[in-house]
Design a protein around this ligand. Structure first.
Ligand code: B4P
Length: 190
């Protein structure tokens, strides 16, 4: 099973990815988590990306693509994976396509979580209180939303045209959204 989960900042990609991955027995691979771990551990990669992330920008494709390609060679990813927050640019879509072609694999579905911007801003401001993430303040959140609209939202059309997109309403309790995703995926993959 090879899946992507996409959607705007704060829509719940990371929250839902864990449950979906457990359901299918595959690893959830979050580029955001990989970068945050490197920032926390002050690795050379972390030092390179910390300012970009704190400003709400995207880490350059050359870095992100190399990290994902490398992660996909690990043993736990041999039977499948769920990519959370990747691809986010057309260059990343091309890199993932090339990687899949190289290994003779294909995607099974792309989950698109959808929610109103006002709800998302509210969630991220609440997370700022709870977790204190550097990129969860009002200015950065606005910047992240703008970049998403410009660079990532148009990618959904690509996956729709490949008949891979499964759109799910991301508003509601976490369990409720999880149930919707499973039902929609089961219908898509049947
Ligand atoms: P991500 O880690 O992907 O961050 P996100 O978009 O904020 O997270 P997500 O949608 O997963 O929200 P979450 O489940 O946490 O990226 C962070 C940064 O890393 C990017 O801005 C960028 O700089 C960099 N980056 C990552 N991938 C990259 C790439 N491919 N290319 C370049 N740069 C990249 O949920 C948000 C909040 O809502 C949480 O507090 C959660 O508890 C809450 N929540 C979730 N579901 C809810 C629900 N149903 N109801 C109420 N609250 C809910």
């Amino acid at each position: 099973m090879r899946l992507l989960i996409m959607g705007p900042p704060g829509v719940g990609k990371g929250t839902q990815a864990v449950g979906i991955a457990a359901h299918y027995g595959i690893p959830a691979i979050s580029t955001g988590d990989i970068f945050r771990t490197n920032v926390k551990n002050q690795t050379p990669l972390g030092q390179e990306v910390s300012r970009i992330m704190a400003d709400g920008g995207y880490v350059p494709d050359t870095i992100t693509n190399a990290i994902v390609a490398d992660r996909l060679t690990e043993a736990d990813a041999a039977q499948g994976w769920l990519l959370d927050g990747y691809p986010r640019t057309s260059g990343q879509v091309d890199a993932l396509d090339a990687e899949l072609a190289r290994t003779g694999q294909g995607l099974d579905a792309v989950i698109s979580l959808v929610a109103d911007t006002d709800v998302l801003v509210g969630r991220l401001l609440k997370r700022a209180e709870l977790e204190g993430r550097d990129d969860d303040n009002a200015d950065t959140i606005r910047h992240r939303m703008e970049i998403y609209t410009e660079a990532t939202d148009p990618l959904l059309a690509t996956y729709r045209s490949r008949d891979l997109l499964v759109e799910v309403d991301g508003i509601g309790a976490v369990d409720e959204v999880a149930g919707r995703i499973t039902t929609a995926l089961d219908a898509k993959l049947a």
